[in-house]
Design a protein around this ligand. Structure first.
Ligand code: DIR
Ligand code: MN
Ligand code: MN
Ligand code: MN
Length: 329
């Protein structure tokens, strides 16, 4: 088995610099050798679109309620190409963020190759916004919403947003991301194909969409009520009940974890996953045997003191090795 390690130091989906430091720190601390020790062949992919040339706040807003959408969209397209081709080669695309807007790219790429992919979204937030409902305009709050069937208002389309024309039905095609022909549609996600774990800060419009589309979620309330063990059994069973061989994609936002354990991230919300719960989520998904692609996002070492930054990056590494098969015994 081969894992493709894809550094994607995107910052433009949210307002802080420093979110671009995650991939380099994870690499420096030895992620590639940790993965080879777990039995993976490691295919190191060059950084996607490099570091941000300017601070995320100094770039012009787009005409849509989607800040920096051409930069976010172009970055996501480049990542989509890589995740698409690596998926086609049967590899495990593992994307290191960067802010969570990159998952628009990783998921689109994976879904184009493996349309029956089921998604586990581990996050304090639902990231189910679109420019038509977002309160902040920050695109790290939109990767699920932009791909989800039923989230785009009647008469609108994601492909009309600046930078996202590669998701439009009449996309002309370019190297690595061909036109949609022979009845192929741009990649989308069915509401029944995702499970949220760890939610505790959800916007009003997102909440209404979760209810009306009947999206499966386990919030922190549910984790307290059922325990993380039951929550993960139910999550896996929800995604695999109709197709036990279905590929799974795990999108892990480090802000799902309690700020006591993971302070170095942009939008901390108290009352999150404990240290062990954070591991268990990854361990249980690894144990399903279906995990085929993943992201780890929103590490920002500049947003806490040195100890906090180090602890957050170390936790990130442990979550990554857990999802890639490391077990306690
Ligand atoms: C909020 C926060 N729902 C937004 N989202 C965050 O801006 O759309 N996602 N922080 O990670
Ligand atoms: Mn997120
Ligand atoms: Mn989040
Ligand atoms: Mn928030």
């Amino acid at each position: 088995r081969t894992v493709s390690l894809i550094p994607c130091p995107m910052t433009f989906g949210q307002p802080f610099t420093g979110t671009d430091m995650g991939p380099e720190l994870l690499m420096q601390k030895g992620l590639p050798s940790m993965l080879s020790n777990l039995g993976w062949r490691v295919d190191r992919v060059p950084e996607v679109l490099g570091k941000s040339p300017t601070s995320p706040t100094s770039t012009p807003a787009s005409s849509f309620n989607a800040k920096n959408s051409s930069l976010v969209g172009t970055g996501a397209k480049e990542l989509a190409k890589i995740c698409y081709s690596k998926s086609e080669e049967g590899r495990f695309p593992l994307t290191l963020g960067g802010d969570h807007s990159i998952s628009l790219g990783s998921l689109a790429g994976v879904l184009r190759s493996r349309p029956n992919t089921g998604v586990i979204w581990v996050d304090a937030h639902a990231d189910l916004n679109t420019p038509w409902i977002s309160e902040s305009g920050n695109m790290h709050g939109m990767p699920v919403g932009l791909l989800m069937e039923g989230m785009v208002p009647e008469g609108k389309s994601v492909g009309e947003i600046e930078g996202l024309n590669w998701l439009s039905e009449d996309w002309k095609g370019e190297d690595g991301w061909p036109a949609y022909t022979n009845g192929e549609k741009p990649p989308t996600l069915q509401p029944s194909s995702i499970v949220y774990v760890g939610l505790r800060d959800v916007d009003k419009e997102e909440r209404e969409a979760i209810k009306s589309l009947n999206i499966k979620y386990y919030s922190m309330y549910d984790i307290d009520r059922l325990g993380i063990g039951t929550v993960m059994e139910k999550s896996v069973e929800h995604l695999l009940k109709d197709d036990p061989d279905r590929p799974l994609h795990l999108s892990y936002d480090i802000d799902a974890v309690d700020p006591g354990q993971a302070p170095a991230t942009g939008t901390t919300v108290r009352g999150g996953l404990t240290y062990r719960e954070a591991h268990f989520v990854a361990e249980r998904i690894a144990n399903s045997g279906n995990l085929a692609s993943a992201d780890l996002v929103e590490l920002n070492p500049t947003l806490s003191d040195e100890t906090g930054a180090e602890e957050t990056v170390d936790l990130g590494l442990q979550i990554l090795t857990s999802m890639m098969g490391k077990s306690i015994i």
